[in-house]
Write a protein that binds this ligand. Structure first.
Ligand code: NAP
Length: 286
């Protein structure tokens, strides 16, 4: 096998996998007896948040999901935000509610997310869905960890019996991902900023997922030959977007590795679309 082909097979191509998922969803949506509707709430003028929302809208439109964006001023109060969410909870035409984060500093995102109807919580961040995940009950799971698991499954990465290390313990990524890997029967270690000697855990792991947001957190000496390495981190540097992993050198040891960009990011959007279609189906058919 040529070196180019070997390298290509190594790369977990999030763009290709997500586009396969989106095309499956498009076919599925075509057969539904209605059109799923996703509403995004965008508070303030954060340029990155605006870009993320418009990317999600674009993907949704491509596969036949209706979208609406509610733009609220940065001065919106917690009560006004809750009222907007309540209105969407009661609106029978809305299947999924997405509260784009981060919110302006004076707003409490946890309180606002707690107001979202768990059946419309397509980001899977409401405490009811979080609790369901940890109890093994069906609910909505957060899109980024869901995207990581889906990517590993579709790339034939076996998780059962494997030693997995997740670095980062946020409610958005690390914690739910550790639980999801455990549900796939991996043995999971969850590391964080107070972990002493991170390398001690990563160097024996079969699967390493980094969700920290600091470049060069994972270097080649920390990785076992043949390990699967998933990079969730995103940092903006003068050289563009980079992940947590020293990609060029770690790639030489890993059996599979995600790039940044083009790895986990596109999977997150695909899972948001998938959750929205599921929300539509659950509301109509269960
Ligand atoms: P977060 O809430 O800031 O959490 C970062 C985690 O990293 C924390 O648990 C922190 O530990 C841990 N950490 C910080 N420094 C560390 C170190 N030196 N060694 C080990 N652990 C360390 O971030 P997040 O929301 O989970 O996001 C993590 C990264 O993923 C960010 O770069 C974000 O932009 C990216 N992200 C990407 C996607 C995507 O679609 N690709 C989606 C979501 C997030 P403590 O808990 O001890 O503070």
């Amino acid at each position: 096998m040529s070196t180019i082909l070997m390298t290509k097979n190594k790369i977990l191509d999030g763009r290709a996998i997500s586009s396969a998922i989106l095309s499956e969803l498009k076919t599925k949506i075509h057969r539904l007896d209605g059109i799923p509707t996703l509403v995004a709430i965008l508070v303030g003028d954060d340029p990155a948040s605006k870009i993320y929302v418009s990317m999600k809208q674009k993907r949704a439109k491509e596969i036949g999901i209706n979208t609406r964006v509610i733009n609220l001023p940065a001065s919106t109060s917690q009560e006004q935000l809750h009222e907007t969410i309540q209105d969407l909870n009661e609106d029978k035409t809305v299947d999924g509610i997405l509260l784009q984060l981060p919110l302006p500093q004076h707003l409490d995102s946890n309180q606002a997310i707690a107001i979202i109807d768990p059946n419309k919580d397509v980001d899977g961040l409401n405490y009811i869905n979080f609790g369901k995940l940890h109890m093994g009950l069906e609910g909505f799971n957060p899109c980024t960890p869901l995207g990581v698991i889906e990517m590993l499954k579709r790339s034939d990465v076996k998780m059962e019996g494997k030693d997995a290390v997740v670095i980062g313990r946020s409610n958005l990524v690390g914690k739910p991902l550790a639980r999801m890997l455990e549900m796939e029967n991996a043995t999971v270690t969850l590391c964080h900023s107070k972990t002493r000697n991170l390398k001690r855990y990563t160097e024996y792991a079969d699967i390493v997922v980094s969700a920290v947001g600091k470049p060069q957190t994972i270097t080649a000496d920390m990785i076992k030959q043949g390990a699967v390495v998933v990079d969730v981190g995103i940092s903006r540097t003068k050289n563009g977007l980079v992940g947590d992993v020293d990609f060029e050198l770690v790639k030489l040891k890993a059996s599979k590795i995600t790039p940044v960009p083009g790895g986990v990011g596109p999977m997150t959007i695909a899972m948001l679309m998938s959750n929205t279609v599921n929300a539509f189906e659950r509301r109509r058919y269960t």
